[in-house]
Design a protein around this ligand. Structure first.
Ligand code: NAD
Length: 292
């Protein structure tokens, strides 16, 4: 079976490789030459445009930075008739409203748009162990499930289009708030003389534990390695989705509003492409202490 894959970034490239490993032929496209070269080396057929990657396939997948880019790519794909194209599967993290809008646009062309955001990071994408949160029809989910199984381990059909993006948005809201709180807490701990091993061991088995404590302390904070991982820019975008959605609903969302300002501060410091643990450095610089 031949599939389209648009967007070959930190997530899209390993996802493309998983599809190839599982025996699918992949028509791939990205704007960045290096990403394209790597996909070619892995066995993908490289296309000149997003529209070309959606030609002659039943399903096209995309993994793109934000909703505006997804909208542009979707329009490009739909601009000319694509015989046989039935599903546009969006693996990006965008708002539920944008996902539903994309579904309406695609439905006008007889194509089902499904929002299938993922969790599990670059490691999960490389190993095919992502969690996939799918929004779409029952028929659509049944059709794409075999393909999703080659990229994810836990695949949930959450509900109609928009539901996948909704649960992803809530998850990443919690991730961002937790990261902001952990950054403050660890620097406060360092300031009162606690070392990172003590904080990791005790908080990691106490009620303050979380994914950030369990995963990010050993893999990033303890190693003083802030490269790779999940980018500050992406989490800033994800918090923005939740803050904007709450605003539309006239719901106060003070935790998220504060957390997003911390991520904005990290971006202003030039940490936008670094892992979210880079938030720690803001407080370390302010308090003149290192968490170690
Ligand atoms: P990325 O910035 O590494 O990759 C995005 C890719 O899209 C880039 O290679 C870029 O060149 C390409 N691109 C941009 N505009 C394009 C266009 N018009 N046509 C074709 N290609 C285009 O981002 P990423 O980390 O791979 O994230 C992709 C999506 O997955 C985002 O929505 C992100 O929020 C989500 N996500 C990321 C992670 C993670 O750990 N990185 C985890 C879960 C979800």
């Amino acid at each position: 079976m031949k599939l389209g894959m648009i967007g070959l970034g930190a997530m899209g490239l390993p996802i493309c490789r998983r599809l190839l490993l599982n025996g699918y032929e992949v028509k791939a496209f990205d704007l960045v030459e290096k990403a394209v070269q790597e996909a070619r080396t892995s066995g993908a057929e490289i296309c000149e445009s997003a529209a070309a990657a959606a030609e002659g396939v039943e399903m096209v997948f995309c993994s793109l930075p934000n909703a505006a880019i997804v909208s542009g790519v979707l329009k490009e794909v739909l601009a000319e008739e694509k015989p046989g194209l039935a599903y546009f599967i969006d693996l990006s993290s965008i708002s539920p409203d944008c996902a539903r809008n994309h579904a309406r646009i695609a439905a006008g062309h007889g194509i089902e748009y499904m929002d299938c955001p993922v969790s599990g990071g670059v490691g999960g994408a490389s190993q095919g162990t992502l969690t996939v949160m799918a929004g779409g029809s029952d028929e659509g989910f049944a059709a794409v499930l075999p393909v999703l199984r080659s990229i994810g381990k836990k695949i949930h059909h959450v509900g109609k289009t928009g539901a996948g993006s909704g649960i992803k948005m809530i998850n990443n809201y919690l991730l961002g708030c937790n990261m902001a709180a952990v950054a403050e807490a660890l620097v406060l701990g360092a300031k009162i003389g606690l070392d990172i091993d003590t904080m990791y061991e005790i908080i990691g088995s106490s009620s303050g534990r979380s994914f950030i404590i369990e995963n990010k302390i050993p893999n990033f904070i303890k190693k003083r390695n802030f490269e790779g991982g999940f980018a500050v820019d992406l989490e800033h975008k994800d918090l923005g989705l939740a803050v904007d959605t709450a605003k539309q609903l006239k719901m106060p969302i003070p935790m998220g509003s504060t957390a997003i300002q911390m991520f904005e501060t990290a971006r202003a410091k030039g940490y936008g492409r670094q892992d979210i643990t880079a938030l720690l450095k803001i407080w370390e610089e302010l308090m003149d202490v290192e968490v170690k």
